[in-house]
Design a protein around this ligand. Structure first.
Ligand SMILES: [Zn+2]
Ligand SMILES: [Zn+2]
Length: 154
């Protein structure tokens, strides 16, 4: 969904409220990892003056990222208040807010999300989830230790 500009261009300088939803799958395509669970809701007001649109908006969405330790999906709520400008030409009929909105959301995301504060992560040797197997003693590691001990006893 693009923002229609007709009203804004017809009334330069007039603050006009608007609300728009940016499609979740189109937005997800702009992410390196993770996905949008909901459309991105953008609501606020804007006005156009001298080929520039001035916007003041609230941005809300639900996003899912992999836990940085165990890769389980972690949902978080995006809730941002932003003011920004975009260039508009008198001949434009609509403008795409997604690139700018995605940039704000990317900057706000936790770079190391955790599914829970004490996530135990994955076994570094075999990759088993240690949250589900807290008593895991890695058979690979035990085997390697035995090999090493065997070398030692030779
Ligand atoms: Zn985790
Ligand atoms: Zn293991």
């Amino acid at each position: 969904m693009h923002l229609e500009l007709a009203d804004f261009l017809a009334h330069p300088g007039k603050h006009i409220p608007f609300a728009i939803d940016l499609n979740a799958s189109r937005a997800t395509a702009q992410l390196v990892e993770g996905r949008f669970v909901t459309d991105i809701h953008v609501a606020g007001e804007a006005f156009v003056q001298l080929a520039t649109m001035y916007l003041r908006v609230k941005i809300t969405a639900v996003i899912e990222q992999p836990c940085s330790r165990c890769l389980a999906p972690v949902q978080s709520t995006v809730d941002l208040a932003e003011s920004f400008t975009i260039p508009v030409a008198a001949t434009d009929t609509s403008t795409d807010l997604l690139p700018q909105v995605i940039a704000f959301i990317r900057n706000s995301l936790d770079p190391h999300p955790l599914c829970r504060p004490d996530c135990k992560g994955l076994c570094p040797v075999c990759g088993i989830n240690l949250n589900e197997h807290p008593d895991h003693v890695c058979p690979e590691l035990v085997k390697n230790d035995r090999l090493r001990l065997g070398d030692f006893l030779k």
